[in-house]
Write a protein that binds this ligand. Structure first.
Ligand code: BES
Ligand code: ZN
Length: 505
């Protein structure tokens, strides 16, 4: 859209309606919600979908404030990434919002549904459908502790409130850091608080991303790499080093797998991307998150934690509400730290402007995972799965266990493992995602029913993409996947079905 203005122009009014098919919006029938009683609407603007529901300058380097009035049925509540979320439904279905702090368009967000609220401390709480809200309040009980831990690390929380909105299962991401109101997948509600790193992650974006914002999507790692690093620091503070090392170990494995998929020399494995002419969504991957994380961890290990934290605190403070490029960040780094030999030892160019994982990548150490590896060894040497000592294992032990099973696992062994640990019947969707990939490889057909059910009910891209990808590797698998997908697709958000369409085409 081009609007001609004159030197005298002070204001431009744009009157518009959005299309029902706007890519950012998902309009859910009541049957597609958790409670199955009332319809639901939510938005997902990142990366470049804000333009599909609001005319705007849709790049992360431009910021605006906004006010909004939302009118809905009185039995539904509206919430936004702004001030005005009050925790109660209004009698007339009218909601007013104001975001006084300038934000980039990708953080513009709206949710409407049968929402209830539970406070969690004095400046946070959770919105969710009535049948989910108690479970959510249980899961996120540590919210205030996380906010305080984050503040102790890198300075005051600048957005006043931090609420969460738990979405229906079709939400295509794990979490989305909409300011003042993080959007979260219901798959995070494992029932045992084991997946709350996701909250630490979205909260950390309140500094890395929402305050200091990647100037372009080519600088995406400045948002996500810094956020994974910050998330890890929050997790370490709350749950100890062993826990955060488990997360880091899984992250390194993810990174290696992503690089293998993309190719060892792929430019998409540079931290600084070149997305010219592409939909940024196609080039944004794990590398920004995990290669970014390990680079920043290397900086910490090189300069020492205290100095590094001093730098980060200043970086967030001085650049708050501003766009940041990779080059400007490197300049700040270079000015703040004086020790040339330390700086040289980082091999910045290899990390930022070259492919793959540089040789000086930090290596996480998890003694818990070493124990898991020992059990896998024992199994290889003939110990039956039921006899393995697995008391006290958490979601992450199990994820590590499944991911490190030998590639060549025979069907009988897989069945034996399933009889011992009931993975196929797990209620934890991260575990199911890993497990189903194994089942497909080994042609374990007993899992097909539960897997169909899962694909029909989970819309989070990260949890369905690997399964469709694995299925698509054989003609029978692909045929089965297509049949399930025909039924599941209408329930997915555009972000998810655009990816899956590509895999099954
Ligand atoms: N901002 C991202 C989600 C995103 C990235 C949306 C790119 C659209 C384009 C969010 O903070 C995120 O990283 N979510 C992760 C969870 C996290 C714990 C790594 C996700 O959704 O899996
Ligand atoms: Zn993120």
């Amino acid at each position: 859209m081009t609007i001609s203005i004159t030197p005298k122009t002070k204001k431009v009014h744009v009157y518009y309606t959005t299309s029902p098919n706007a890519g950012a919006l998902q309009w859910l029938e009541q049957s597609q919600t958790s409670g199955k009683q009332k319809p639901f609407l939510f938005t997902q603007s990142q990366a470049i979908l804000a333009r599909t529901w609001v005319p705007c300058m849709d790049g992360p380097g431009v910021r605006f404030t906004y006010t909004a009035t939302i009118r809905t049925r009185p039995d539904l509540a509206a919430v936004m990434s702004a001030a005005g979320n009050s925790g109660t439904k209004t009698a007339d279905g009218v909601y007013k919002f104001e975001m006084k702090q300038p934000i980039p368009s990708y953080l513009l967000a709206l949710g409407v549904g049968d929402l209830e609220f539970r406070p969690l401390g004095h400046r946070g709480g959770v919105y969710a459908e009535p049948n989910v809200v108690e479970k959510a309040a249980y899961e996120f009980v540590d919210l205030e502790k996380m906010i305080s831990a984050a503040e102790e690390l890198y300075g005051p929380y600048r957005w006043e409130r931090y609420d969460l909105l738990v979405l229906p299962p079709s939400f295509p991401f794990g979490g989305m850091e909409n300011p003042r109101l993080t959007f979260a997948t219901p798959t995070v509600l494992a029932g045992d608080r084991s997946l709350v790193a996701l909250v630490a992650h979205e909260l950390a974006h309140s500094w890395s991303g929402n305050l200091v914002t990647n100037a372009t999507w080519d600088d995406f790692w400045l948002n996500e790499g810094f956020t994974v690093y910050f998330e890890q620091r929050i997790m370490e503070k709350l749950y100890g080093r062993e826990h955060s090392e488990m997360l880091a170990t899984l992250a390194l494995k993810d990174l290696k797998e992503t690089i293998e998929e993309l190719g060892a020399t792929s430019p998409d494995t540079h931290l600084k991307l070149n997305l010219k002419g592409r939909d940024p969504d196609d080039g944004m991957n794990d590398v920004a998150y995990n290669k970014g994380y390990f680079f920043l961890r290397l900086c910490e290990e090189t300069f020492g934690r205290e100095e590094w934290d001093g730098f980060l605190k200043e970086y967030f403070n001085e650049n708050a509400f501003k766009p940041m490029t990779t080059e400007l960040f490197l300049k700040h780094l270079n000015t703040y730290f004086k020790d040339t030999s330390k700086k040289e030892s980082l091999h910045i160019n290899a990390w930022v402007y070259a492919a793959g994982i540089p040789d000086n990548c930090p290596q996480p150490q998890s003694s818990e995972f070493e124990k898991v590896s020992a059990k896998i060894e024992a199994m290889k040497n003939g110990t039956p799965a039921v006899q393995l000592q697995t008391q006290g294992w958490t979601t992450h032990h199990w994820l590590y266990f499944i991911r490190n099973l030998p590639d060549s696992l025979k069907l009988e062994k897989l069945i034996e493992i399933d009889y011992a640990f009931y993975f196929t019947r797990s209620g934890n969707q991260e575990i199911l995602c890993e497990w189903f990939q194994r089942c497909i490889k080994a042609k374990y057909e007993t899992a097909n029913g539960p897997m169909r059910n899962y694909l029909m009910n989970v819309g989070r891209r990260k949890l369905i993409k690997p399964i469709y990808t694995e299925l698509a590797k054989t003609p029978e698998g692909k045929a089965w996947a297509k049949e399930v997908y025909t039924k599941a697709r209408p329930g997915y958000h555009s972000v998810s079905y655009n990816t899956i369409d590509d895999i099954l085409k």
